[in-house]
Design a protein around this ligand. Structure first.
Ligand SMILES: *[C@@H]1O[C@H](CO)[C@@H](O)[C@H](O)[C@H]1NC(C)=O
Ligand SMILES: *[C@@H]1O[C@H](CO)[C@@H](O)[C@H](O)[C@H]1NC(C)=O
Ligand SMILES: *[C@@H]1O[C@H](CO)[C@@H](O)[C@H](O)[C@H]1NC(C)=O
Ligand SMILES: *[C@@H]1O[C@H](CO)[C@@H](O)[C@H](O)[C@H]1NC(C)=O
Ligand SMILES: *[C@@H]1O[C@H](CO)[C@@H](O)[C@H](O)[C@H]1NC(C)=O
Ligand SMILES: *[C@@H]1O[C@H](CO)[C@@H](O)[C@H](O)[C@H]1NC(C)=O
Ligand SMILES: *[C@@H]1O[C@H](CO)[C@@H](O)[C@H](O)[C@H]1NC(C)=O
Ligand SMILES: *[C@@H]1O[C@H](CO)[C@@H](O)[C@H](O)[C@H]1NC(C)=O
Ligand SMILES: *[C@@H]1O[C@H](CO)[C@@H](O)[C@H](O)[C@H]1NC(C)=O
Ligand SMILES: *[C@@H]1O[C@H](CO)[C@@H](O)[C@H](O)[C@H]1NC(C)=O
Ligand SMILES: *[C@@H]1O[C@H](CO)[C@@H](O)[C@H](O)[C@H]1NC(C)=O
Ligand SMILES: *[C@@H]1O[C@H](CO)[C@@H](O)[C@H](O)[C@H]1NC(C)=O
Length: 487
């Protein structure tokens, strides 16, 4: 090649470069090369067709890439892109301006590389819903600009690095659904901006994490499904006064429910099920008027359902199943007219269903089974329960007739009346419950004949009438129900 030729080529090259839409800086080239190198190790990367060195001039228009005004990459957003691969080949040191990195909902495996700490401008980091494993690198603590961090639902192991609390600007921290273990909480600094914290569904042990008690801005706290024990520290009630959601379920917390709970005046949703809480449900619970969902199932609570509960007019779900509650049902429950779910099964509750419950017109799910409840189920009580899909009264001592008005509960899917003392005959109107999947009236003292209208319950997949004193022939209409074909 002659000198004049190469001079010409040089000029041509310079002209070409100037005609490109962006000035290609050396850092843009490094970014593009880093992305392409990473892409080579990803499968199903056809969504990333635009990621190619030959398309370098359009870097800022590559799929899932956003640049800042200076033409360097500020965002990589690959959520639900169907990608598999690792992060090993992604060199985070190549992205000096990266503020947002999102891989939510892919199939990334392997570990989180420690050089992630070099992407020091990150404010948003979301690696949730992948299959990442290994430990959280302590270099995570270098990302001091982070405001949002989620590793939710991966397979990350090891102790939570205390350096995570260097992230003093983080307001959303979700490490839930991994296999993370307990750090020395005393090494963690207070994270003043935290409003959302989840360590739920991990392998945390020992007592309530001390560090959490100093995160005064928390509105959402999830420590559920771990192996935490001891009692809830009283300082929680004074320090975390902004809490709206508190999920401590599926742990081994013990002790009684402190009246100081009422200091959590914003609390909407305490999830305290499957622990070892004991003692009484404090009367003061009614002072938390914001309560919408109260879940205390599977503990060792005893005594009565406080009648003050009637003041909780925002209550939508009350789940007190599997405790040792032994009172009658307070008629004030009928004042909680926003209740959708009322689950009281598996206690030692006695007496009749208060007639006031007829006012609970929004009820969808009603469980009173496995108690010592008695008396008649009055027609007046149930006619307003038109939204109820599941009515479970089994294993009590209810007596009297099955009210024919039960046929007005048009949305009923499950009707369990078994192991009671119901008498009289099965009302023929029951054939109107077109949505019934399961009807169990076994183990009562029912008499009379089987109403042929049962044949109208064409969706039934379970029908139990045994251990009664029902006589006569099995009506041929029952042949209309093809139980084997129902799901
Ligand atoms: C990355 O891809 C190259 C070439 O396809 C391959 O040789 C290498 O093993 C891959 N590395 C990882 C960590 O997947
Ligand atoms: C960006 O790419 C799209 C197609 O993916 C194209 O329609 C558009 O013109 C490109 N914009 C620029 C500025 O290159
Ligand atoms: C990346 O961070 C490490 C420390 O974790 C540091 O030694 C290294 O110099 C950084 N690399 C670049 C390119 O900034
Ligand atoms: C709560 O967060 C605000 C910013 O939203 C911050 O100014 C304040 O210092 C925090 N409060 C505490 C007690 O940490
Ligand atoms: C909590 O669990 C640890 C083991 O994980 C045990 O050593 C400790 O005694 C338990 N504390 C309480 C109060 O049950
Ligand atoms: C804990 O309860 C909250 C509702 O307060 C819920 O959104 C969350 O999924 C629960 N956590 C787990 C791990 O199930
Ligand atoms: C409730 O909190 C106060 C301090 O605010 C404390 O003195 C009291 O002992 C707590 N009550 C219970 C039952 O622990
Ligand atoms: C409820 O607690 C008992 C122990 O008291 C346990 O055997 C059972 O599995 C728990 N049920 C649920 C749904 O967790
Ligand atoms: C049924 O609900 C209405 C309000 O929707 C109420 O006025 C009426 O008293 C209720 N009936 C019974 C029997 O409680
Ligand atoms: C049913 O009633 C009979 C007679 O009143 C009584 O002896 C029996 O204990 C009752 N059974 C149940 C399950 O309530
Ligand atoms: C219900 O069943 C009865 C008797 O089998 C029948 O006469 C009636 O037409 C049925 N009603 C409906 C709505 O299918
Ligand atoms: C069963 O019903 C028959 C008549 O229908 C009656 O003679 C008998 O006493 C009843 N038995 C019981 C245990 O209720």
């Amino acid at each position: 090649m002659t000198t004049s030729h190469s001079t010409f080529l040089c000029i041509l090259l310079v002209l070409l470069l100037f005609s490109l839409p962006f000035t290609i800086t050396s850092s843009a080239t490094a970014e593009a090369e880093a992305l392409v190198k990473w892409k080579m190790n990803l499968s199903s990367a056809s969504v990333l067709d635009s990621w190619s060195i030959s398309n370098l001039g359009n870097l800022c228009n590559w799929t899932s890439i956003v640049c800042n005004a200076g033409g360097t990459i500020s965002e990589i957003s690959l959520s639900d892109a169907g990608l598999s691969g690792t992060l090993d080949q992604l060199d985070f040191t190549s992205f000096p301006s990266l503020t947002s990195f999102c891989l939510n909902g892919n199939n990334f495996r392997g570990s989180i590389p420690s050089n992630i700490g070099n992407a020091s401008m990150l404010t948003f980091l979301d690696l949730s819903n992948n299959i990442l494993e290994g430990v959280i690198p302590e270099e995570i603590g270098k990302l001091t600009q982070l405001e949002y961090l989620s590793f939710y639902d991966n397979e990350i192991i090891g102790v939570i690095p205390y350096q995570i609390s260097n992230l003093q600007k983080v307001w959303h921290l979700d490490l839930g659904s991994n296999f993370l273990e307990t750090p020395d909480w005393s090494k963690l600094r207070n994270m003043p901006m935290l409003t959302y914290l989840s360590f739920g569904f991990n392998e945390l042990r020992l007592e309530f994490p001390e560090f959490v008690l100093h995160c005064h801005n928390l509105t959402y706290l999830d420590l559920s499904i771990n192996h935490l024990n001891g009692s809830i520290p009283e300082t929680l009630f004074t320090n975390l006064a902004k809490l709206e959601h508190l999920n401590l379920s599926y742990n081994s917390f013990q002790g009684s429910l402190s009246p100081n709970f009422t200091k959590l005046t914003k609390l909407k949703e305490p999830q305290l099920g499957v622990n070892m809480f004991s003692g009484l449900i404090p009367d003061e619970i009614s002072l938390i008027s914001s309560l919408e969902v109260v879940v205390l199932f599977n503990n060792s609570l005893q005594g009565k359902i406080p009648s003050s509960i009637g003041r909780l007019r925002n209550l939508q779900q009350l789940d007190l199943r599997k405790n040792h509650l032994s009172s009658t049902l307070p008629s004030e429950l009928g004042l909680c007219t926003n209740l959708i779910l009322l689950a009281l099964a598996g206690n030692a509750l006695q007496g009749p269903l208060p007639i006031s419950l007829s006012a609970l017109t929004k009820l969808s799910d009603l469980g009173f089974s496995d108690n010592f409840l008695s008396g008649e189920v009055q027609s007046y009580l149930i006619t307003n329960w038109t939204e109820v899909t599941s009515l479970q009264l089994q294993n009590n001592s209810f007596s009297g007739k099955i009210p024919p008005e039960i046929s007005q509960l048009k949305n009923l899917v499950y009707l369990y009346l078994f192991r009671n003392n119901f008498t009289g005959s099965i009302p023929y109107q029951i054939g109107k419950l077109q949505n019934l999947l399961e009807l169990d009236v076994s183990d009562n003292r029912l008499s009379g004949t089987i109403p042929p209208t049962i044949g109208n319950l064409t969706n039934l997949r379970a029908l139990h009438l045994f251990r009664n004193n029902i006589t006569g022939i099995i009506p041929s209409e029952i042949g209309q129900i093809d139980i084997s074909s129902n799901p």
